[in-house]
Design a protein around this ligand. Structure first.
Ligand SMILES: [Zn+2]
Length: 430
């Protein structure tokens, strides 16, 4: 790769240097929230934490966790820690259940956001000569705005297409010669399907080098599928409205976890049941603390996202710590006949079977306290009806191998399962 390898010098800090910087910033962040926000002041005092209680990084464990429910209590501006006239932008989560989570930003916060996004995109391989088709939805949602800020900071060209309008996405991707597609993986595959219907070959007619995917949990098998349909590298990216939006972490070309911008977001991993802090290599729930945010400081936010922290060296030369690709959200977790099931595991089983397409749905039904699952999947293009039975049996066998559960599988005609132009709905409750 020509030119510099990293966007920012903080991506190469020695562990002791990073920790010193994190501690300095953590002290600032706690003091800022304590002094300038009445709700934080009350919460911290109740837990007997004062800014002076933070002497080392491990002292963070004295601070109470902040949950999604807490954020609802403080809706919309209860945790804003600067005078409102200093707030210049706000975003909100989709809020499918109840009130959304609102993120607020000062001018400085927006700078940091652009910076961490630029780092993530640069880490993936995006440079100023690239052209990014931004197919995340513009609006209150953070996704599209974060990607735009980061890509423009690098100097890349952004086409702000937003989500939806699939035929237009395909046409303009070709005409504008986009080299980067920012979208959900399911929407990316839908664009390919539509492009093929328009007589295009996504491997030949597009100039894409990278697909940058987040906002949806997607398996390694799904990655293979996307990289088979398009001639590009599909890289994982992570962020959430509560922390800053996209920009928290991203994969480097080594693909051995996502490097966290840990000089801005301090990361812990905890046991989701007990709240106890876990060590590197242990699976648990990600917890983030913002270290530089002014408008909306976040102290120990429980994400409900399950992962593992890695602190070994990465071959890319970057020293920022990494977390494994998300195993799933504890929100998505289902308990079926005593077995813990994540939708991503079923995706993995489906993708392992030749003849299956990426279009699938898990149907969850409840009979009293008993949960039952069933799977519907569409075949790949050109798969004959005579092989449906064989595919159904093969997927059921894969699910049995991965989960030890007997789940009925049905292959349905192509076009039966609704496509997604944003975040795919993989589980339907009946
Ligand atoms: Zn790396």
């Amino acid at each position: 790769m020509a030119g510099k390898k990293f966007w920012d010098k903080n991506e190469k800090l020695k562990p002791a240097e990073l920790e010193a910087l994190q501690l300095k910033r953590l002290k600032w962040s706690v003091k800022h929230a304590f002094k300038n926000n009445p709700a934080y002041n009350k919460r911290l005092k109740k837990a007997k934490v004062e800014p002076s209680s933070i002497k080392k990084l491990a002292d963070i464990e004295k601070i109470p966790f902040l949950t999604k429910d807490d954020l609802r209590t403080y809706y919309p501006f209860g945790l804003v820690s600067v005078p409102m006239e200093k707030v210049v932008e706000l975003h909100a989560s989709s809020g499918t259940t109840g009130k959304p989570v609102v993120g607020t930003y000062t001018v400085n916060d927006l700078d940091v956001w652009g910076e961490v996004m630029a780092r993530n995109l640069y880490r993936i391989g995006i440079r100023k000569e690239d052209r990014m088709q931004n197919a995340y939805g513009y609006g209150l949602f953070t996704g599209a705005h974060g990607f735009e800020r980061g890509a423009q900071k690098i100097g890349a060209l952004v086409s702000p297409l937003s989500s939806g309008n699939t035929q237009r996405q395909a046409m303009l991707m070709k005409d504008f010669e986009a080299t980067v597609l920012a979208a959900t993986p399911s929407f990316c595959l839908y664009i390919a399907e539509v492009a093929q219907g328009m007589g295009m070959d996504p491997r030949k007619d597009f100039k894409l080098k990278y697909g940058v995917f987040g906002a949806e949990s997607w398996s390694e098998e799904m990655r293979k599928k996307v990289e088979d349909v398009y001639d590009f590298k599909a890289q994982d990216h992570y962020g959430l409205t509560e922390i800053i939006g996209p920009g928290v972490s991203a994969e480097c070309p080594e693909r051995c976890g996502l490097h966290i911008n840990a000089d801005h977001f301090y990361t812990e991993i905890i046991d989701p049941q007990t709240g106890e802090t876990l060590g590197p290599g242990e699976k648990g729930e990600l917890v983030f603390t913002s270290l530089t945010k002014e408008a909306f400081p976040v102290l120990r936010f429980r994400t409900k996202d399950l992962s593992i922290l890695h602190d070994e060296k990465c071959a890319c030369g970057g020293t920022l710590p990494r977390h494994a690709r998300l195993m799933g959200r504890s929100d998505d977790m289902m308990k079926v006949k005593g077995v813990i099931v994540f939708p991503k595991q079923i995706e993995e089983a489906i993708m392992n079977v030749k003849g299956c397409s990426e279009n699938y749905v898990i149907i969850k039904s409840k009979k009293g306290a008993i949960i039952n699952l069933a799977v519907q999947v569409e075949p790949d293009v050109g798969v004959r009806k005579t092989s449906f039975k064989k595919i159904e049996a093969a997927v059921a066998k894969e699910i049995m191998a991965i989960l030890g559960l007997k789940v009925p599988v049905k292959v349905v005609a192509r076009g039966t399962i609704p496509r997604s132009e944003g975040k795919a709905k993989r589980v339907i409750e009946k």
